[in-house]
Design a binder for this molecule. Sequence first.
Ligand code: NAP
Length: 292
Amino acid sequence: MTTIIDGKAVAAALRADVAKDAIAFTGKYGRRPGLAVVLVGNDPASEVYVGSKVRLTREAEMSSFEHRLPAETSEADLLALVQKLNEDDLVDGILVQLPVPRHIDSGKVIQAIDPAKDVDGLHPENAGRLMAGLPGLAPCTPLGSMLLIESVQKDLSGLHAVVIGRSVLVGKPIAQMLLAANATVTMAHSRTKDLPAMCRSADILVAAVGVPELVKGDWIKPGAIVIDVGINRLPPSEGANKGRLVGDVAFDEAKVLAGAITPVPGGVGPMTIACLLQNTLTAARRRVGATA
Ligand code: NAP
C-alpha cells in the first residue's frame, strides 16, 4: 500500500508547534519573533508567495514586517534596506523574495543579509555551515523535504538517496542533509548518463528539476520514498491538463511502485513556508541567546 505523504498536514502541525513556541518566546522576552519580507516589483507569483508568508507569519504568532518596493528600485536602495533590517532589533529573519528584477544582483543582496537573520538559508556562510555540519540556518524547501522523508522513515542509515538537480536552493542542500542523516547520496543532473537506471537504484528519490513529469513510473524502485520538489504549470493549451500544476514525477505512474510519495500540489510546497517560520523562531532564539 503506497503512503501518499500529506505535506499540508505535516506543515500545519509544524506551524502549530512554531506558534506555541512563539507565544512562549513572547512571554519570556517581551516581544514577538519578527520576520521581514521584501518584495521588489509586482511579479504575480511572488505577490502570492509574499501574501501567504505574511498571513502565515501572523497566524504563527510572529510579527510580520512587509516591504513592497517598486520594480525600478535601485540595487543600492535595496542593499540599504537590507542593512537597516540587519540593524533592526525587532527583526529576527529577513527574506528577500526571489527573483529580483534583472538590474539587481541577487547574489549581492543575499550576501548583504546578516547570516544570523538569513532565514532562507542562502547566504554562503550558512551554506558552508550546512556542509561543515555546524549550526546555521538551512534552506527551507530542503528542510521541509527532509521532514517529509523522516515522517515515513526515521532511520536513513545506509539507504541510497538519489537527488536529481544540483541547485544551490534545493539539490545541493538536500544532498548535504541526506548525507548528514547517513544516507549514501548520488547527485544527478542534466549531464547524468542513464538517469532512469540511476533512479531505479534509489531507496529515496528526490526530484528537484523543473521538468514536468520527467521521472516515469518505471524509474521507481519498488517501495522507494519519492519526494517531488518540482512545481510546474502546464501550458494553457494542453487539453484537459490546461494550466494544471504538476511535479517532476509522473505521480499516477510512480505511486504504483513507490512505498511513499509526495503529491503536487500538497506535498513539499506547504513545507517551505512552515520551515521558514521555524527558521525565524530559531534565529530569534539564537539572537536572544536561548538554545534553539
Ligand atoms: P534549477 O535551479 O533550475 O535547477 C534544476 C536542476 O535540474 C539543475 O541542476 C539541472 O541540471 C537539473 N536538470 C534539468 N533538466 C534535467 C534533466 N532533463 N535531467 C536531469 N537533471 C536535469 O531549479 P530549482 O530551483 O532547484 O527548482 C527545481 C524545481 O523545484 C522547480 O520546479 C521549482 O519550481 C521547484 N521548487 C519548488 C519549491 C517548493 O517550495 N516546493 C521551492 C523551490 C523550487 P544542470 O545543473 O546540469 O543544469
